[in-house]
Design a protein around this ligand. Structure first.
Ligand code: 5GP
Length: 183
């Protein structure tokens, strides 16, 4: 779906499909260099990261494995609860693997900090994070994100995997959700 198809629900377009595509290609080139001769395991966090995962994986000119994990996040609210629960665990064994966590957005950073510690305890050979979007608060938290795409303002955004009450995930770009939708 195009951003224009739900223009009334959005206040500002932050990223177009082209901008996202170009940035993902740039990040993929770095991953190819850093993991030359390896076969990294991409770990996507459902459901928000599906679009980033699909595009990063297809952009990479190398063999990769893909696995998914689901953890609890905002639900239908727009604020982080800070509580992380595994809803679906990985199928893959991380022992000795070069793992890259693929995330859509880092807000408070709580989810990623928890996830990194959890996956680190499973004995990977290396563990890095790729995240498309980063909000201002994330900069204050000590999560080391090796590959990140864009810094965005502190607003609730939807599109490109990010939802509000399960809607808008299929938007091709990223935009700020209009307050009238959730108030
Ligand atoms: P954190 O733990 O970093 O505060 O939040 C991470 C998760 O919260 C993300 O993976 C995403 O699911 C959700 N999230 C954070 N900010 C936004 C936002 O602006 N829009 C949407 N749709 N989800 C968000």
């Amino acid at each position: 779906m195009e951003l224009a198809d739900v223009a009334d629900d959005l206040t500002e377009v932050l990223l177009t499909e082209t901008q996202i595509h170009d940035k993902i290609a740039e990040l993929a080139r770095r991953v190819e260099q850093d993991y030359a001769g390896e076969r990294p395991l991409l770990v996507g966090v459902l459901k928000g990261a599906v679009m980033v995962m699909a595009d990063v994986a297809r952009e990479l000119k190398m063999h990769v494995d893909m696995d998914f994990m689901a953890v609890s996040s905002y639900g239908a609210s727009t604020e982080s609860s800070g509580v992380v629960r595994i809803l679906k665990d990985l199928d893959a064994d991380l022992e000795g693997r070069h793992v890259i966590i693929v995330e859509d957005i880092i807000d408070s950073g709580l989810t990623l900090a928890w996830l990194r510690a959890n996956l680190e305890s499973r004995g990977p050979a290396s563990l890095e994070i790729l995240a498309l979007l980063r909000k201002p608060d994330a900069a204050k938290v000590d999560v080391d994100v090796k590959y990140f795409g864009f810094d965005i303002p502190n607003a609730f955004v939807v599109g490109y995997g990010l939802d509000y009450a399960e809607r808008y995930r299929n938007l091709r770009g990223v935009a700020v959700l209009a307050p009238h939708v959730y108030s």
